[in-house]
Design a binder for this molecule. Structure first.
Ligand SMILES: [Zn+2]
Ligand SMILES: [Zn+2]
Length: 313
């Protein structure tokens, strides 16, 4: 199947070609529900990187490809769905400059020419609305890592090459070694049914200020003609705010983040605030969300009635 760019070129050849291209239900779904994504792929220089079939498969999916959560975003370099937590914590969903790709994956000047180039669209990115650097060209950590492994022979040999390159104790060298080790890491394995928020985070999570670039909210086509985008819970934001000013009762906090989990409450509460839901799952969530029950008294009454009914049985 053609990629979006070829489909547009093909459809502009003649009326018959246009009819055939538009008759493709996959292309029609993408043009109807994910027009922004097709536009963004073109602007980033990734228009030919994915087939219509792959993009349509992502549109019809719901789950993050790295964990069990709903994948509210599409990571454009791979056209895979992902959640905020994985976008933040999975090094393989990060981006980096070509100069850093060369450093952290110990690549030659010539070999970095093989890496896909992502031309960042000027604008503000991420939760902090940080402006993108001007004329910014990036590549994906996943592509750089694959090339590094291919050139050095194995992940271990690649890690050795990095350690050798930055073996000096100078401050810059140890900082680059730390960053390189982070980008070379495998994502955390997530078992079926496991909540990623309660997994230990990777040590030394580094940020190169590029979080949020080359990913965007992506709808899910749940049935023909019916697509949904993610919903975020204002109740979870309220719970995080209460915790951050020490106004969340200890027993409530212990219910949300059981002390035996060994997890830091800030990490879990922040993760809950940034977790997105499809409508059905969201309606289930707010029936049990402490912040939502506080904000909407009608939900609280419903929860009390459910508890009463449960006690009777
Ligand atoms: Zn995820
Ligand atoms: Zn909530």
């Amino acid at each position: 199947m053609l990629d979006p760019q070829s489909t547009v070129h093909f459809s502009s050849v003649c009326f018959l070609a246009r009819s055939l291209a538009h008759a493709s239900h996959a292309y029609r779904d993408l043009a109807t529900f994910a027009r922004d994504t097709l536009y963004a792929l073109g602007k980033l220089g990734l228009a030919g990187a994915h087939s219509i079939a792959d993009l349509h498969a992502a549109l019809r999916a719901e789950q993050c490809t790295s964990c069990n959560d709903y994948g509210v975003f599409l990571f454009l370099p791979t056209a895979k769905r992902c959640c905020w937590e994985c976008l933040r914590h999975n090094p393989q969903l990060h981006l980096l400059s070509l100069k850093d790709a060369k450093r952290f994956f110990v690549l030659s000047k010539r070999s970095i020419e093989k890496l896909p180039r992502i031309h960042v669209i000027p604008g503000k990115y991420g939760i902090t609305q940080k402006p993108a650097p001007e004329h910014c060209i990036l590549t994906s950590v996943a592509a750089a890592r694959a090339l590094g492994i291919q050139q050095h022979g194995s992940p271990d040999k690649l890690a050795d090459a990095l350690s050798k390159r930055y073996s000096s104790r100078a401050h810059t060298s140890s900082r680059l070694l730390l960053l390189g080790r982070f980008f070379q890491m495998e994502p955390r394995p997530v078992a079926c049914g496991q909540d990623i928020l309660f997994l230990p985070t990777l040590a030394n999570i580094q940020s190169n200020g590029l979080l949020g670039m080359a990913s965007l909210p992506f709808p899910s086509l749940l049935s023909p003609g019916h697509a949904e985008t993610g919903l975020w819970c204002e109740g979870c934001s309220s719970t995080l705010r209460q915790y951050s000013v020490s106004q969340l009762r200890g027993d409530i906090l212990n219910t949300i983040v059981p002390p035996e989990s060994g997890c830091h409450p800030t990490i879990v509460l922040m993760g809950l605030e940034r977790r997105a839901y499809l409508r059905k799952a969201f309606l289930r969530h707010i029936k049990h969300c402490y912040g939502a029950l506080q904000m909407v008294p009608e939900l609280r009454d419903g929860a009390a009635a459910r508890q009463k009914a449960a006690r009777k049985h």
